[in-house]
Design a protein around this ligand. Structure first.
Ligand SMILES: [Zn+2]
Ligand SMILES: [Zn+2]
Length: 285
């Protein structure tokens, strides 16, 4: 017979560190064995009916204390997917009619989407769908493209997500691409798409070099440069940006500079500025 400790710990490791009492019983452990593992400090009680190994991830533990599963931005961030919302408290799914538990220092964002929540973390597909309900279409689109670009969404996964979206939202999957270079690129493409403009990325312009974003209008170009968040500008990069801008100007190509925050929080002004520049570009044609 193998020592009990090894078996119970193996089960906790296999299940991500948090296991329900009912699962322990279903796997052949008795109440006495579970109590002994708690008494010897191998596992601890999270709340009634839920136990954890000391190595369990802290956000998933918080979700279990709250009564549900980790979801939405919390799962996506943990999987390395780009997310639009700034880091914050854990997002916890309780299922359609789960029970919310009160626990110390609770700042959890609770999700009540239909379904039955168990323990641990939801899968990537469910996390993306919960994100759309929580943070909207733009946040969903950007994280969907990021997960796809990271090869975390197979063709069948993408089609399952599409099926689970309301019919009026399926275009979000249809318009997405699998080669977005950054979250910012997805955000820009989404916003421009809303007004019928398309974005080209990583375009090489003779004498200028490679630029991050361009909008093309009847054969004329408009360059978009964006600073902030994921584009950390060193002194060298700054000088290179200015050199490219001068070279583009020599070709009669206008460069517009925005910050990441402007794009997210002052989009109407940014769009007006893009439109004015496009009008100038068209007039000069
Ligand atoms: Zn909580
Ligand atoms: Zn959420």
């Amino acid at each position: 017979m193998r020592p009990l400790g090894m078996d119970i710990i193996s089960l906790f490791h296999a299940m991500g560190g948090i296991v329900a009492f009912s699962t322990l019983i279903a796997n052949g452990f008795t109440r006495t064995q579970i109590n002994r593992a708690v008494a010897t400090g191998q596992i601890f009680r999270v709340r009634r009916g839920v136990y954890a190994h000391p190595s369990a991830p802290s956000e998933a533990l918080t979700a279990a204390r709250h009564g549900g599963m980790l979801t939405c931005v919390s799962v996506l961030r943990a999987r390395g997917v780009w997310v639009l919302p700034e880091p914050g408290p854990p997002h916890v799914w309780l299922g359609g009619n789960g029970r919310e538990f009160h626990h110390p220092d609770c700042t959890c964002v609770t999700h009540w989407s239909p379904g039955r929540a168990r323990i641990g973390s939801v899968g990537l597909e469910t996390a993306l769908l919960h994100l759309r309900k929580c943070s909207g279409d733009l946040a969903f689109f950007a994280s969907f493209e990021s997960a796809w670009a990271k090869r975390l969404l197979s063709t069948s996964a993408r089609s399952r997500i599409r099926d689970r979206l309301p019919v009026s939202k399926r275009w979000l999957v249809d318009k997405a691409t699998g080669n977005a270079g950054s979250g910012l690129e997805s955000v820009l493409r989404f916003l421009l798409m809303q007004v019928g403009l398309s974005l080209e990325t990583q375009v090489n312009i003779n004498t200028v070099g490679r630029v991050d974003f361009i909008i093309r209008l009847r054969g004329k170009l408009l360059i978009l440069e964006v600073d902030g968040r994921e584009f950390h500008t060193s002194r060298g990069a700054f000088n290179e940006d200015r050199r490219r801008q001068a070279a583009a100007s020599n070709l009669g190509i206008e460069t517009l500079n925005f910050s990441y925050d402007q794009i997210l929080h002052q989009w109407p002004e940014v769009l007006a500025s893009i439109r004015a520049a496009m009008t100038r570009t068209a007039d000069a044609a």
